[in-house]
Design a protein around this ligand. Structure first.
Ligand code: FE2
Ligand code: FE2
Length: 168
């Protein structure tokens, strides 16, 4: 029952985020066939597990990873009025880490390491590399989870996380 122990520990670490009314709005946003809420929980959970195995501050990594895509506006079909370099900067792939960081700082207490995890998670699309091992974990896990969602999961959440998702 190691998995159950980890599930419970993860819930204890991030429960206040999972149940926060603003974070719950991620449930309304579609992302690779899953909700953005399910995607965020998957990235948070797997980053937490990796950080734990590596002996890192897994509490910090779990919370930073969970908040990496904390934007509550759907980005599909949005028209951009900017041009040139600014237009590229305004594109969702480049701009959403900043939006997520602003929201994370607005609603939760996050430290410098967690800010780095959020703002750098799209590397190498955004050019500045992560500064800390925790941030490298989040950017790698995010890509793994997104690829897995696109290939296998389509419209249902990852099995191991169902309990957490149902309770939140
Ligand atoms: Fe993202
Ligand atoms: Fe993501």
């Amino acid at each position: 029952m190691v998995k159950r122990k980890h599930n419970q520990e993860f819930e204890t670490i991030v429960g206040d985020i999972l149940t926060h009314s603003e974070f719950q709005k991620l449930k309304l946003i579609e992302h690779h066939g899953n909700g953005l809420y399910e995607h965020s929980v998957a990235v948070g959970y797997h980053s937490y597990r990796v950080a734990r195995v590596l002996g890192l501050d897994y509490v910090s990594v779990a919370r930073g990873a969970l908040l990496h895509d904390f934007f509550v506006e759907s980005w599909r079909g949005k028209k951009k009025n900017s041009k040139g370099i600014q237009r590229i900067k305004d594109m969702h792939g480049f701009s959403h880490p900043k939006t997520a960081l602003v929201n994370a700082q607005k609603y939760f207490d996050i430290d410098e390491l967690q800010a780095d995890m959020i703002i750098k998670h799209m590397f190498p699309l955004t050019p500045v590399p992560p500064m800390h091992l925790g941030s490298w974990i989040v950017t790698a896990v995010d890509k793994f989870v997104a690829a897995r969602e696109m290939i296998f999961e389509k419209s249902h959440p990852i099995e191991a996380l169902k309990g957490i998702l149902l309770k939140a």
